[in-house]
Design a protein. Structure first.
Length: 51
């Protein structure tokens, strides 16, 4: 193994991306939909009686 093969080739910024849209203009919508999903799952779990 050479020293060149141990160095990362991708920039650090690409490592933290999750594959979502390139522009972050809909971040508030993602937050609202995410919290809505959390509330719906919590309501479902409490109604079913899990945990």
């Amino acid at each position: 193994m050479t020293a060149d093969s141990a160095t990362p080739t991708a920039p650090a910024l690409n490592l933290v991306r999750t594959g979502g849209p390139e522009d972050d203009s809909s971040s508030w919508l993602e937050h609202v939909l995410g919290w809505t999903l959390v509330v719906v799952v919590a309501m479902f779990v409490t109604q079913v009686g899990w945990l």
